[in-house]
Write a protein that binds this ligand. Structure first.
Ligand code: GTR
Length: 418
């Protein structure tokens, strides 16, 4: 590379990493009023769970649906499930492994994705964690029998993925994020899907789930329709369609990290069949309050990932103060089901404190149902989890999913999932 090009390259990559425009100074967080989950848009006060469900929950839900994540345009015409591979003696005899092909059809177009399912031997009625993975089912385990995805994959140095295609070399390279042995030893199963099989994560609406629903000549979703996060959430529900009919599964807890934590939260809000929801470092557009404008903002996220949200969300870029809702109300939509919000103290881009406060503000709705929320007197002391119906931890360390996180999720799930 010539010197000028090297300099330009260095400048661009360092600018991307450092996010120099982001605010990380608590004193520069703007003053803002938090939209009250218990006051309707029309000004009426909500005093019990029935009123919440009849008057407030729906209007908040519809706002998120039309203005933030975007509406699913129609129902599918058909869907099918086929167990394409099964081994009752997998992972050294610890698990039953199934790989299930899910087929979705609309307008004579179809999309297929694979669920990798491990169920613990000895628990005929196991709770299961369902979560997307970033690079393919074969990356979460060394198990040589897991099918390698053949759809578009983001190139990754860590995962040794080049030419946008996963190969054998990436097998098992993400086992660190999935405590599969621990889940199985504690009587839990794991179901995972490669998120790119639902919608490849690029600003291109010509492929993936959206394209099945287009009218003649249409090339992208309409203004209030779904972006990729809503499509991924929809995919989680289709996985749930299979899991809820598997007689060896008792409950499904939906889990997601980062962008996939945003998808898990929206899936939890849209689909009451999920018995619990875990948001791991989901940040902006996930658990974190947007109005704080700390770390990643709506403007940043709409710029870097224009395909994640509905087109209508773009009008809130750099205009957070005009939003009549905030992300604590997304959390509230999951009430009274168990919800775990997890942050990491060094994950500044995701505004860990904003995630904690958001959980606190959502608690009012949990309390309407007589459930324990994260109260205003609770603290976000590092590595001191709060494990009620609403759960929270501020882990030491960076943006990631660690063994520590799974230890807490499993301990918490014991209180409701078995
Ligand atoms: C970042 C993005 C975040 C988060 C993260 C991830 O680049 O700004 O909102 O979703 O990616 O998914 O790892």
């Amino acid at each position: 590379m010539r010197p000028l090009l090297i300099l330009l390259f260095a400048l661009t990559t360092s600018a991307l990493k450092a996010q120099p425009q982001a605010n990380y100074d608590e004193t520069k967080v703007p003053k803002f009023s938090v939209p009250d989950p218990l006051t309707t848009f029309g000004g009426e006060t909500i005093t019990d769970s029935l009123q919440w469900e009849e008057k407030r929950k729906l209007e908040i839900y519809q706002f998120f649906e039309k203005q933030i994540y975007g509406k699913v345009p129609a129902l599918l015409d058909e869907y099918s499930f086929k167990v394409i591979e099964q081994d009752n003696n997998a992972l050294d005899g610890k698990a039953q492994r199934k790989q299930i092909a899910v087929g979705l059809k609309k307008n004579d177009r179809s999309l297929n994705f694979n669920i990798l399912l491990y169920l613990p031997i000895g628990n005929e009625n196991a709770p299961v964690f369902l979560g997307y993975n970033f690079h393919g089912n074969h990356t979460v385990t060394d198990d040589p029998n897991v099918i390698i995805t053949d759809v578009w994959n983001e190139n990754s140095k860590d995962l040794q993925i080049t030419d946008n295609k996963a190969t054998e070399t990436s097998r098992g390279l993400r086992t660190n994020r999935w405590a599969i042995d621990k889940m199985l030893d504690n009587g839990y199963g794991l179901a995972t899907v490669y998120y790119g099989e639902i919608d490849p994560d690029k600003n291109d609406f010509s492929d993936g789930l959206h394209s099945l629903f287009y009218d003649e000549g249409q090339t992208k979703p309409k203004t209030n329709e779904w972006g990729s996060i809503a499509a991924w959430a929809f995919g989680l529900s289709r996985a749930m369609d299979y899991l809820e009919n598997d007689t060896n599964i008792s409950n499904v807890i939906v889990f997601g990290h980062s962008r996939l934590g945003k998808a898990a939260l929206w899936a939890g809000a849209t689909d009451p069949r999920f018995a619990g929801v875990i948001s791991n470092n989901s940040g902006c557009g996930g658990a974190a309050l947007s109005k704080r404008k700390y770390g990643e903002t709506i403007g940043d996220i709409n710029n870097s990932f224009p395909h994640w949200f509905s087109e209508s969300f773009k009008k809130y870029s750099n205009r957070e103060e005009t939003l009549p809702v905030d992300q604590h109300q997304l959390l509230a939509l999951i009430a009274p089901r168990p919800l775990y919000v997890a942050s990491a103290i060094e994950d500044e881009w995701a505004d860990p404190l904003g995630e904690f406060i958001s959980a606190q503000y959502a608690s009012k709705v949990y309390e309407l149902y007589g459930k324990e929320g994260i109260t205003l007197t609770d603290t976000h002391e590092v590595d001191h989890p709060i494990l009620g119906t609403m759960a929270y931890h501020m882990r030491s360390g960076k943006h990631d999913v660690l063994e520590y996180d799974w230890d807490q999720y499993i301990t918490w799930a014991e209180t409701f999932a078995k």
